[in-house]
Design a protein around this ligand. Structure first.
Ligand code: GDP
Ligand code: MG
Length: 336
């Protein structure tokens, strides 16, 4: 309906090709990797057809358990993700992997090493692996990641593992989008202090001290235990984030990590936390889309003209800024 009008705004390589959304969604639902890949490309490219895609996907979603993995570069996120994929596959689960790089405008490049580490799963039809860049997006990570997750969810993934390159705020952002957040640390990286700085001590549901084959793993785990206040008493029924030691490169501790994830999920179910988190996530997503849309509308030429006119009146003292803002909002939300 609005497609033709909005096409020009698409991220076309020489013009946007209209996609048969219904067919694509059907193929994705059947588990066809190319259809899944194309849908995620539509998300990444902020396609004007996304609205239609999301409408078609909505009834197919809600089945996937979303696990976020964050931590400093080199800590072993990709290696751990790959080990988890193997473990989940062994349990017969279909797995989606989304590697999000909030700092790169290109997908792929920066995550090349990750691809290598995931390569053993490349030919497994029960695994989708996708890297995604979010820089340059209006709304960034908060906007793009949930929609990509939704694609994988609708495609029948039982589990979606989201790896984010740890660059400050993005870790917190991605944690807000996962059902369970895993924070990874490694010995000898000064991670204890970094962890406190980045605020990741608040976001972890499960902590992993990876590279436990190296010196200092026990000390890191002890320090973490102390910083998390795990020795202190908690309210009855409260979740106590476990600390799992792993050697991801040899898949050691992966079963324990999987058990910790299962346990957290069961705890969330039991306490209504899963539903609560998902509701909060949806609310955030709606808000992000609405604000992004509102900003785009304000920036549109017609609105910019009326904004200038309002600004003139405020400058001249014939209108106060609050009334002007009311007028702007009313115009924006009632405009056809
Ligand atoms: N010694 C050791 N090296 C590991 C372990 N896990 C991962 N690595 C290595 O650490 C490097 C970074 O791993 P990667 O998974 O790419 O980290 P990411 O940047 O957090 O995704 C790679 O060279 C891995 O082979 C481990 O348990 N022990
Ligand atoms: Mg990685």
């Amino acid at each position: 309906m609005s497609g033709a009008k909005e096409q020009a705004a698409g991220s076309g390589r020489g013009g946007v090709r209209q996609v048969d959304v219904a067919a694509l969604v059907e193929q994705a639902r059947e588990g066809r990797p190319r259809a899944v890949a194309r849908l995620i490309s539509l998300v990444e490219g902020a396609s004007p057809q996304l609205r239609e895609v999301m409408a078609a996907l909505a009834p197919l979603t809600g089945g996937a358990y979303v696990v976020g993995l964050t931590g400093s570069p080199g800590v072993g996120k990709s290696t751990s993700t790959s080990a988890l994929v193997t473990a989940y596959r062994r349990a017969g689960r279909r797995v989606g992997v989304l590697a999000v790089d909030p700092s790169s405008p290109f997908s792929g490049g920066a995550l090349l090493g990750d691809r290598v580490r995931m390569s053993e799963h490349a030919s497994d039809p029960g695994v989708y692996i996708r890297s995604m860049a979010t820089r340059g997006h209006l709304g960034g990570l908060a906007w793009a990641a949930p929609q990509a997750i939704r694609v994988l969810d609708a495609a029948g993934c039982d589990v979606v593992l989201v790896e984010t390159v740890g660059v400050g705020q993005s870790e917190v952002e991605i944690a807000a989008q996962a059902d369970t957040s895993v924070v990874l640390l490694a010995p000898g990286m000064g991670d204890g202090i970094q962890a406190a700085k980045a605020g990741i001590l608040e976001i972890g549901d499960v902590y992993v001290v990876n590279k436990a084959d190296r010196d200092g793993a026990d000390a890191t785990a002890r320090e973490l235990n102390h910083m998390l206040g795990l020795g202190e008493s908690r309210a009855p029924g409260a979740w106590r984030p476990p600390i799992v030691k792993t050697v991801a490169a040899r898949s050691e501790g992966t079963d324990e990590l999987l058990a910790a994830l299962d346990k957290h999920r069961a705890w969330m179910d039991e306490h209504g936390v899963l539903a609560e988190r998902r509701r909060a996530r949806a609310a955030k997503e709606i808000e992000t889309i609405a604000l992004t849309d509102l900003r785009a509308r304000i920036a549109a030429p017609a609105s910019a003209t009326s904004l200038t006119a309002l600004a003139d009146q405020v400058t001249q003292g014939t209108l106060d800024p609050y009334t002007a803002a009311d007028t702007l909002l009313t115009d924006l939300t009632t405009a056809p």
